[in-house]
Design a protein around this ligand. Structure first.
Ligand SMILES: CCCCCCCCCCCCCC(=O)SCCNC(=O)CCNC(=O)[C@H](O)C(C)(C)COP(=O)(O)OP(=O)(O)OC[C@H]1O[C@@H](n2cnc3c(N)ncnc32)[C@H](O)[C@@H]1OP(=O)(O)O
Length: 164
């Protein structure tokens, strides 16, 4: 079985390491110390809406000067999925729908906002949108379901995997 990234050692899932811009780092980005998707800043507003500032790195270019759609979907997954985390709740994405409204230019500042539409049992229904700065034109919209997990989630997965 592959050895997990050493960056997880002693990790508290509810309190992941963050960049100076406040961005929570997932496993592969911890060694780099920066979000490889290009998310630069993250904060939770008093109204419960989460804000992210980012730019699509040139390495994620799809068409000429525009982002690969997989980058846009990953960013929406990442940003919307950080909203429970900003509330100290561990969750995983169960469903995600992305509308690609306009091509996303590479290396141009964009903003993502994410908010909770409703909560039912262990499910968080979260929506968000990506806009171009400074004008605010909508580039993408997303909505999805995040399911809260206890800290044993990944250990149970490893046990399940060992039996496959
Ligand atoms: C990951 C974080 C670590 C920290 C890193 C730091 C920062 C990084 C942040 C990264 C952010 C990026 C984030 C990522 O990329 S997370 C990575 C991508 N996502 C995954 O890997 C998830 C894989 N799937 C699963 O693990 C399971 O299928 C889950 C856990 C989702 C359900 O498993 P299971 O079925 O065994 O659970 P249950 O039977 O106990 O049901 C529990 C509840 O779930 C409801 N349900 C189930 N399926 C769906 C569905 N499709 N639509 C709507 N609801 C669904 C169900 O009705 C029930 O609701 P309730 O009756 O309780 O209300």
């Amino acid at each position: 079985m592959p050895t997990p990234n050493a960056q997880w050692a002693g990790s508290d899932f509810q309190e992941p390491p963050r960049t100076t811009g406040g961005v929570a780092l997932c496993g592969a980005c911890r060694a780099a110390g920066a979000c490889r998707l290009g998310v630069d800043k993250e904060r939770l507003g008093a109204d419960g809406v989460a804000w992210f500032e980012l730019a699509c790195p040139r390495s994620q270019e799809g068409g000429p000067n525009v982002a690969h759609g997989g980058w846009t979907a990953s960013v929406m997954d990442e940003c919307l999925g950080h909203l429970p985390l900003l509330n100290r709740v561990l969750s995983v994405t169960a469903e995600l729908t992305v509308s690609f409204v306009k091509p996303v230019p590479v290396e141009r500042p964009v903003q993502v906002r994410a908010w909770v539409e409703r909560r039912e049992g262990s499910r968080w229904y979260i929506a968000g949108e990506m806009t171009l700065l400074p004008g605010g034109a909508v580039l993408a919209r997303a909505s999805g379901v995040w399911v809260t997990r206890d800290p044993g989630h990944f250990a149970r997965h490893e046990a399940w995997l060992a039996e496959q």
